[in-house]
Design a binder for this molecule. Structure first.
Ligand SMILES: [Zn+2]
Length: 132
């Protein structure tokens, strides 16, 4: 997928502001190119290790994406202390096979790592990501 640098920086700022908790959000776009990042609260009971976009935010942002003529291009969350790879829980709770899953690792604060995946039927496929 294609990610404008401005949006990458918005994700990075959101992740850093929420650390040590995981942060999350949704990305609207067209044809695999991100156009807008919507940070959301993390409603998980254990936000240090999980993320959960509250249903009210999911609905609000999904409508905003539709109104903007965009698609739900990606679902974003951060791993403040672990690698940028889906956890067993991330895989189990991945309900959007048509969206990219973006994971930003802050395990090395000086060198954040962002990776993109498709997750469907318990299978994880890494996808190329171009920050441009
Ligand atoms: Zn995760």
């Amino acid at each position: 997928m294609e990610l404008p640098r401005r949006i990458y920086e918005e994700m990075l700022n959101h992740a850093r502001a929420c650390a040590p908790e995981e942060s999350c959000g949704l990305v609207g776009g067209r044809a695999g190119r991100a156009e807008r990042f919507f940070p959301t609260p993390n409603g998980a009971e254990d936000p240090l290790r999980r993320y959960d976009i509250p249903p009210v935010d999911l609905l609000r942002v999904t409508r905003e994406i539709e109104r903007g003529g965009m698609e739900l291009t990606a679902i974003f969350h951060s791993h403040p202390a672990t690698e940028a790879y889906p956890s067993a829980t991330d895989i189990r709770l991945a309900y959007y096979p048509e969206a990219f899953y973006l994971i930003l690792s802050l395990a090395d604060p000086e060198r954040p790592v962002l990776r993109a995946f498709r997750i469907a039927d318990g299978r994880v496929d890494e996808q190329p990501i171009a920050i441009c």
